[in-house]
Design a protein around this ligand. Structure first.
Ligand code: GDP
Length: 366
């Protein structure tokens, strides 16, 4: 599956958010650093109102949403890259995630200790980012040492790689993350960055954790986070982790009531999940039958047979064709039969790139 690691300084609300996300009220948040040591993995359903709409038409026995994983990576502190705290272990955990949800404290509370003495989200973000940057610098320099020798002896490929490594080093030494440079970089650059598993090359989503008042109107802290994120072209989601954890324990009706009181359309967690999903460049396609209507996750750009492989490897292996109707067409026409009559069910072959919202029936040889 695809996953998103939750990072942040101690006491910013990571565990509270994670527990709300996984709806496990058990692991109570404790008010001191290092309370969560093992990386916790939570599988979270992706809210998607299209599922309900399709189900109203198809009337299946059950509805199955798609999921993404959140990993609680606690304990990242200043000095982690030098092995402070359980630093290196945590940095290692970050290496294994596809994207980073960086929780930042944007609430004042005298009862909740801040590791650096005061609430200052920009400083906090820099503290964490610097640890990741230091670690990446170490990785790049190590590699550079190796490659430099080969480059000197006239190896062309090594010379080219050394050039990219120098470029990476420059960016990191300026205190910048690699990710903002990734999209427009050359294929060689991308390939090397992937190979090195650079931490700052992962996409980041900032989660501004506010108090109740901050939910209605951005406080100064949130404004600062948004300003910084804009420069990095990173998305920001504002939530109140404490309220989210309360919400996550309510029955649906009570939840509606509470949301109304708060003036919210939906839990903030939904935006966290959706943004995490977007960050990973994921899209959703659907299968719709009498048994179930179900959402499936694929990387943008996935071809029909590989999409079928998400359902079962047999369907990928024996793939004949995909019968595809778009979500918009189905909803507008109101039934599969109508879509068929109007010729809206397309027959697509093995080179078809699946689109977000496609409803697909796969034909395959057993
Ligand atoms: P972590 O160390 O980042 O995992 O932080 P925790 O989730 O354990 O939270 C640390 C403390 O901050 C706990 O006492 C939480 O109850 C409290 N906390 C978390 N989110 C909020 C919030 O939105 N508002 C307030 N006032 N306190 C919060």
């Amino acid at each position: 599956g695809f996953n998103c690691g939750i990072v942040g300084l101690p006491n910013v609300g990571k565990s509270t958010l994670f527990n709300a996300l996984t709806n496990s009220a058990k692991a109570a948040a404790a008010n001191f650093p290092f309370c969560t040591i093992e990386p916790n993995v939570g599988i979270v359903e992706v809210p998607d109102e299209r599922l309900q709409k399709i189900a109203e038409i198809v009337k299946p026995k059950r509805i199955v949403p798609t999921t993404i994983e959140f990993v609680d990576i606690a304990g990242l502190v200043k000095g982690a890259s030098k092995g402070e705290g359980l630093g290196n272990q945590f940095l290692g955990n970050i290496r294994s995630v596809d994207a980073i949800a960086h929780v930042v404290r944007c609430f004042e509370d005298p009862n909740v200790v801040h590791v650096d003495g005061s609430v200052n989200p920009v400083r906090d973000i820099e503290t964490i980012n610097m640890e990741l940057i230091f670690k990446d610098l170490e990785t790049v320099e190590k590699r550079l040492q190796k490659v430099a020798k080969q480059a000197k002896s006239g190896d062309k490929a090594a010379r080219k790689e050394a050039e990219i490594l120098e470029n990476l080093k420059e960016i990191l030494e300026r205190g910048e993350r690699i990710h903002p440079y990734f999209e427009e970089a050359s294929e060689d650059f991308k390939k090397l960055v992937k190979e090195l598993g650079l931490l700052t090359a992962k996409p980041v989503l900032y989660i501004a954790n506010v108090d109740e008042e901050g939910l209605l109107e951005d406080n100064e802290f949130v404004k600062q986070v948004k300003e910084l994120a804009e420069k990095e072209k990173a998305p920001v989601v504002k939530i109140c982790a404490k309220i989210e954890s309360e919400l996550s324990e309510l029955e649906p009706e009570e939840k509606e009531e509470f949301l109304k009181e708060l003036g919210l359309k939906e839990p903030g967690l939904n935006s966290v999940i959706r943004e995490g999903y977007r960050l990973l460049d994921l899209i959703t396609f659907f299968t719709a039958g009498e048994q179930e209507v179900r959402a499936w996750t694929i990387k943008k750009g996935t071809k029909a047979p590989q999409a079928a492989g998400k359902i079962h490897s047999d369907i990928e292996r024996g793939f004949i064709r995909a019968e595809v109707v778009s979500y918009e067409d189905l909803i507008r026409e109101g039934s599969m039969q109508k879509c068929k009559e109007k010729g809206l069910i397309r027959l697509e072959g093995k080179d078809y790139e699946v689109k977000d919202g496609d409803i697909i029936y796969f034909r395959f040889n057993v």
